[in-house]
Design a protein around this ligand. Structure first.
Ligand SMILES: [Fe+2]
Length: 340
């Protein structure tokens, strides 16, 4: 059962409101949004290369998008030059309502420079903190967009909130993966694993001895992601973290975000490192301790800066919404205690 969203007044706007709402945060929309500071909108840091000694694992090129602290990945089979993109970012400046493709164009340039054949654009889940660039890549290099099949659950949750009809979701995602579905990337075998808790649709991609975890686990010193979105669940998140940590300890885990304190951004750990050191769910931390911590922590977290624009874009595979006059625009739910 999904937590029930308050019924908001939907207002269409070409500009975007600053923040909004996972479950609890829906009740504090105005207050939360007013607290959020102005941010800079720019860039993608230089990519990092993570090669593997194992012939059945990919070479991973990571690109950090600093405005949303998102790791984007180009995942490459070195033998065939076939590659996949995972969790890409479409740049969006809410203060001006401007979409740009600086991040995506840098990755496209990287792809061209290195002669890569992109086979898939993959999403780990319906992100609530950044917009996916999946449709932009699909348009530019004609690749299918894939996500776990439970995206339909998330679409059903948010469609009435944003006024999306069933036809809004036609021609958005091309691949809806089943649990444990397998596919190939060049000579590499890939498997989709369900990792719920942060969101209900969340999957990870196991490619050889490498896993792209999305937000099902963070770097050991950051721990875990919030679990208070609709369909999120701390108990399920703990189980997903344990599922990852049950893999062979040498497996590499690439995370979806990083929010470091006192160090540079990192994207990769190993199962062994996570088991030893994950501060929220590593060894010695029980399920009940994790749930108590996670629920208490989520209760005081602010709302994601780009929640409404992200969801309206990401549940449609990166297609931007239009208003009744055909103009590109996001709808922003408003909660108010006064009749105005
Ligand atoms: Fe997320």
């Amino acid at each position: 059962m999904y937590p029930k969203f308050p019924l908001p007044l939907l207002v269409s706007s070409a500009k975007c409101f600053r923040s909004c709402v996972p479950v609890r945060a829906f009740q504090h929309l105005s207050r939360s949004s007013l607290r959020i500071p102005t941010r800079r909108y720019a860039s993608v840091a230089a990519p990092q290369c993570h090669s593997s000694q194992s012939s059945d694992s990919p070479t991973v090129h990571s690109f950090f998008e600093e405005n949303t602290s998102t790791w984007q990945y180009v995942v490459l089979d070195p033998a065939t030059r076939e590659a996949a993109l995972i969790d890409t970012v479409l740049d969006y400046d809410p203060s001006s309502g401007t979409i740009s493709t600086t991040s995506a164009d840098r990755i496209l340039s990287f792809i061209e420079t290195h002669g890569l054949k992109i086979k898939y654009v993959l999403e780990t889940h319906a992100h609530a903190d950044h917009l996916t660039a999946a449709q932009y890549y699909k348009k530019k290099i004609q690749v299918p967009v894939g996500i776990g099949r439970r995206i339909s659950t998330v679409q059903e949750t948010f469609a009435p909130i944003y006024g999306f009809s069933p036809s809004s979701f036609v021609d958005t995602f091309d691949l809806l993966f089943r649990d444990d579905e397998e596919f190939s990337l060049g000579n590499l075998s890939c498997r989709v694993i369900h990792l719920p808790g942060h969101t209900p649709d969340h999957v990870g991609y196991v490619i050889g001895q490498t896993v792209f975890t999305g937000d099902s686990i963070f770097m050991p010193d950051c721990g875990s992601a919030r679990s208070d979105f609709p369909g999120g669940d701390a108990k399920a998140l703990y189980s997903s973290m344990q599922r990852l940590m049950a893999l062979p300890e040498s497996f590499r885990l690439f995370v979806g975000h990083d929010y470091p304190i006192g160090r540079d951004q990192l994207c990769m750990s190993t199962v062994g490192h996570q088991t030893d050191s994950n501060k929220h769910g590593g060894k010695g931390i029980s399920e009940s301790e994790f749930i108590a911590f996670r629920n208490a922590r989520d209760a005081v977290l602010g709302t994601p800066h780009l929640l409404h624009p992200s969801l309206q874009t990401n549940i449609r595979g990166g297609r931007l919404p239009r208003d009744t006059m055909g103009r590109l625009a996001f709808k922003i739910p408003i909660i108010t205690s006064v009749e105005l």
